[in-house]
Design a binder for this molecule. Structure first.
Ligand code: HEC
Length: 176
C-alpha cells in the first residue's frame, strides 16, 4: 500500500518538475526574443537621431561659433596666411591672391593673379560654408588647388578667420 502511494506521489512530482522545466525553457526563449527586438528598435532609432543631428551640425556649428569668437581672434590666426596673402584694401597679390573682399565673391577671380586650373574650375562663390570647408582641408575641397596649406583643424579658428575676412571687405555679409 505504502509503495503505491510513494510511486503515485513520485509520478505526480515528476510531471510537475517536467512542466516547470519546460515552462522555464519556453519562458526564457520568449524573453530573449523580445529583448532582442527592444534593443534592435532602440539602436535603429538612436542611429537615425544621430544622423540627422550630424547632418545639421555643419551649418549650425559654424554660425553658432561666430558668437563665441571674434574677428580680433581671426586677425591673430591670419598670421598663418600672411606669408602668402595680403588682406588690406589695395593689398597686392603675393604667392596667393589678395584677399580683400573675398567672402561673397566668386572664387578665382582676382585680376592679374594666375590661379591653378583647379581653382578656376571650382568657380563657386565664397559662402561661409564653402570657405569653412576650404580652410579645413584646401586640397580636399578644391581639387588641384596650388594653395600649399594643410588647413585649420580647429573649427573655432576657422570661424574667427571667416569673421576677420568678412570684415576686410567693401560688402561684408551679416554673419553675427
Ligand atoms: C603657402 C602659401 C599660402 C598660405 C600659407 C595660405 N594660402 Fe591661401 N592661397 C595660396 C595660393 C597659392 C592660392 C591660389 C590657389 C589656386 O590658384 O589654386 C590661395 C588661394 C586662397 C583663397 C582663394 C582666393 C580666391 O581668390 O578665390 C583663399 C580664400 C585663401 N587662399 C585663404 C587663405 C587663408 C584664410 C589662409 C590662412 C589660414 C591661407 N589662404 C593660407 C597660398 C597660401
Amino acid at each position: 500500500m505504502n509503495k503505491i502511494i510513494v510511486s503515485v506521489v513520485l509520478a505526480i512530482s515528476l510531471v510537475l518538475i517536467i512542466n516547470k522545466v519546460a515552462d522555464k525553457i519556453f519562458y526564457t526563449e520568449k524573453l530573449e526574443n523580445s529583448a532582442y527586438t527592444v534593443v534592435d528598435s532602440l539602436s535603429t532609432s538612436s542611429e537615425s537621431v544621430t544622423k540627422t543631428e550630424s547632418e545639421n551640425s555643419e551649418i549650425e556649428s559654424i554660425s553658432a561659433l561666430f558668437a563665441s569668437t571674434s574677428s580680433a581672434d581671426g586677425a591673430v590666426i591670419f598670421k598663418k596666411c600672411a606669408a602668402c596673402h595680403s588682406i588690406a584694401k589695395g593689398g597686392g597679390n603675393k604667392i596667393g591672391p589678395a584677399l580683400w573682399g573675398t567672402l561673397g565673391r566668386k572664387a578665382g577671380t582676382v585680376p592679374d593673379y594666375k590661379y591653378s586650373k583647379g581653382m578656376v574650375a571650382y568657380a563657386k562663390a565664397w559662402s561661409v560654408e564653402e570657405m569653412d570647408g576650404f580652410l579645413l582641408k584646401p586640397k580636399d575641397w578644391v581639387k588641384g588647388t596650388k594653395m600649399s596649406f594643410a588647413g585649420l583643424k580647429n573649427s573655432k579658428d576657422r570661424a574667427a578667420i571667416i569673421l576677420y575676412m568678412n570684415e576686410n571687405s567693401d560688402n561684408p555679409l551679416s554673419l553675427k
